[in-house]
Design a binder for this molecule. Sequence first.
Ligand code: GDP
Ligand code: MG
Length: 229
Amino acid sequence: MELKASLSSQDTHKCLLLGDSGVGKTTFLRRHATGHFKDTHKLTKGVQVHTLLLQTNYQDLALELWEVAGDERHGGLCDGYFFFAKCAIIMFDLSVESTALSVARWLRSFERICGKQFPVIVCGNKADLKRMPRQLCYRQQPSFDYCELSARAAWNLEAPLELLSRQLLQRRSLKLISQPIFKPKVGCSFNEDEMQQQMKVVHEIALPELIEDADESEEYYMEDTIILN
Ligand SMILES: Nc1nc2c(ncn2[C@@H]2O[C@H](COP(=O)(O)OP(=O)(O)O)[C@@H](O)[C@H]2O)c(=O)[nH]1
Ligand SMILES: [Mg+2]
């Protein structure tokens, strides 16, 4: 592909796609790689890598997305997959609270192995489903952006990639300029206006400032999560 040939190793970023099993990581990758959606869930074993070529209004870049198997986070094996990663997308399922609570653990694993200096995007998938009773909302931080999407409804699929590209290239006004056309899964009913409204609420309740010294605490990222009833 022409775009790939013109990209240097400097423009290629290894990105970990992390999150509990079943949150939709493979589906997200498949959507970007092929445009297709499947209802089946097959456990990803080990690691799966897809390179996504992105065109932005500043420059082109390649994201090498590594999906690391969800159930192996405590095994030594997966540490090796993390090496040389320059960023991460941590995904959870908007309809399953335990997957949102796991975000903190995934973040700690990433920071333990890769360091704290790299961008991380947290994203809630399955926005087409009924949300978990308690919504979780993440504090806004320079290196901790948040977005919601639905791989099934093909809604907002490019959002985590755009947020990540902004941080990697340090361009706040960066926009993706070429995106594949995704079609929602047939029979998937999804109210985009309602979704936009929910996102507005999420952004309004996100706290703007960090709690002082909070990053010294073991449970920092848990504290960083607001639980709404
Ligand atoms: N309703 C809904 N289901 C989804 C969505 N994304 C993925 N799924 C389903 O969730 C299940 C797990 O997806 P998968 O990608 O295998 O999860 P992974 O274990 O994180 O890789 C599959 O049955 C998918 O069809 C979504 O946006 N909405
Ligand atoms: Mg998978």
